[in-house]
Design a protein around this ligand. Structure first.
Ligand code: KE4
Length: 428
């Protein structure tokens, strides 16, 4: 593969954008080399600035569940743009997508739209603190809820890559209110609650972790968190920015059968445009301004273009629920194919998968939390990443990420991907 134009564009970008990117994980720091610059994308394929076609397993980190440039989404945005792009005033389409989201997701009466997953999670925590009148939160090592100060305490995703458990700029005053637990370790959560009696407002968790690779909750873990929250007047926040409208219509709450008190969304809900959201019962959401005292706002929140993209996306998912099984089946097929190819070449690995989220770890251990995820052989991962890229397959440029399967992938694409794994495995 030739990447001359991407490299030239990267050099230019670095002169005016820190690190040449607007989000660190795109910079290939975890795998080395220059990032790929995309010219356009359609369906399951990316077309980079050097004319290479790549099968895409990132899909903008989740939103492109129906494929890139999906016509109903594009058309909705184009038509809406012709009528104006932003008003800073309420519009009917905000109510339409809110009604649809409330119909699709369990346990929510109301939803507030914002502009990113970070904003959704930050606002959800503020709401939990305002509702319970308590200050502390519990998050899990390796989980990533965006770059709000309270979350940058041993966060996952790109923050892991930079080895900065507590990002500079996050004050001790903020950090002291964030308590860190081990994912899948209920006893650890219990001990933290007992050591901070009546001080914890919420537990925020990725119900299926996707920012240290894909890590499913062990049996009883989420149910145990639910019971602890009920017993100690703590709100349970499911960060469904990745899992929402991906694992099922009703996300992880529906798939795993555990009720959250507040749910956050991003990615799929915006159909590829900047949208985040958080939702809960009316009893909780009515604490938000202008109804209640918990302040939260945004100039472009509920932006008509973003709402048009999100409404088109959610409408198609709502009307075609078989999509969720289809992408889960494709992910299972891919899992079996990759595992077979790596086993054939005696490559030590573990593959985690939930629905249409999957990750490959080059370690024999079962990956259940940040510590076990961090044991993966990153040198092998780097070679695997670049080998797959050379074969026209674009996977997450970090071992601490999840691959996202799009319905636009055909079984021929999956076979091409599996064949690439077989070819690359020989070089590992
Ligand atoms: P954004 O602010 O990036 O829209 O969402 C933050 C966020 C919150 N919660 C979860 C579970 C998330 O996965 C994310 C963002 N995901 C990363 C990918 N691991 C976004 C990629 C990036 O940072 O560029």
């Amino acid at each position: 593969m030739i990447y001359q134009r991407s490299s030239a564009l990267f050099a230019a970008a670095q002169k005016v954008i820190p690190g040449g990117v607007n989000s660190p994980v795109r910079a290939f720091k975890a795998v080395g080399g220059d990032p790929i610059f995309v010219k356009e994308a359609k369906g399951a394929y990316l077309y980079d600035e050097d004319g290479n076609r790549l099968i895409d397993y990132i899909n903008s980190w989740g939103p492109m569940i129906l494929g890139h440039a999906h016509a109903p989404v594009v058309n909705a945005v184009v038509e809406k743009a012709k009528k104006g792009t932003s008003f800073g005033m309420p519009t009917e389409i905000e109510t339409q997508i809110a009604e649809l989201a409330v119909a699709m997701v369990p346990n929510i009466d109301k939803i507030r739209f914002v502009n990113s997953g970070t904003e959704a999670c930050m606002s959800a925590v503020r709401l939990a603190r305002g509702y319970t009148k308590k200050d502390k939160i519990i998050k899990f090592a390796g989980c990533y809820h965006g770059h709000s100060d309270s979350f940058l305490i041993q966060a996952g995703s790109g923050a892991i890559t930079f080895g900065s458990p507590n990002s500079p700029g996050v004050t001790q005053g903020t950090a002291q209110d964030t308590l860190l637990a081990r994912y899948n370790d209920l006893d650890h959560v219990k001990s933290i609650i007992n050591s901070n009696k009546n001080e914890i407002a919420c537990i925020i968790i990725e119900p299926v972790a996707g920012n240290m690779g894909c890590i499913p909750p062990v049996k009883g873990f989420l149910e145990g968190l639910r019971s602890l929250c009920d017993a100690h007047n703590i709100l349970l926040i499911f960060d469904e920015v990745m899992t929402g409208f991906r694992l099922a219509q009703g996300g992880a709450q529906e798939l795993l059968g555990v009720d959250a008190d507040i749910v956050t969304f991003g990615k799929v809900i915006g159909g590829g445009l900047p949208v985040g959201a958080f939702a809960a019962s009316s009893a909780i959401m009515n604490h938000l301004a202008p109804l209640g005292p918990v302040y939260q706002a945004g100039t472009l929140s509920g932006n008509p273009l973003a709402m048009a993209a999100g409404l088109a996306m959610l409408t198609e998912l709502h009307e075609n629920p078989d999509i969720f099984k289809s992408i889960a089946d494709k992910t299972e097929y891919l899992h079996k194919g990759i595992a077979g190819a790596l086993e054939q070449h005696n490559i030590t690995h573990t593959i985690n998968r939930v629905g249409s989220m999957i990750s490959v770890h080059f370690d024999k251990e079962t990956i259940v939390d940040f510590d076990t995820a961090a044991k993966g052989n990153n040198n092998t991962f780097k070679k695997f990443f670049h080998g797959m890229l050379e074969n026209g397959i674009y996977i997450a440029p970090s071992a601490f990420e999840t691959w996202f399967i799009t319905e636009a992938l055909t079984y021929d694409d999956l076979d091409e991907t599996i064949a690439a794994v077989d070819k690359v495995a020989k070089t590992l």
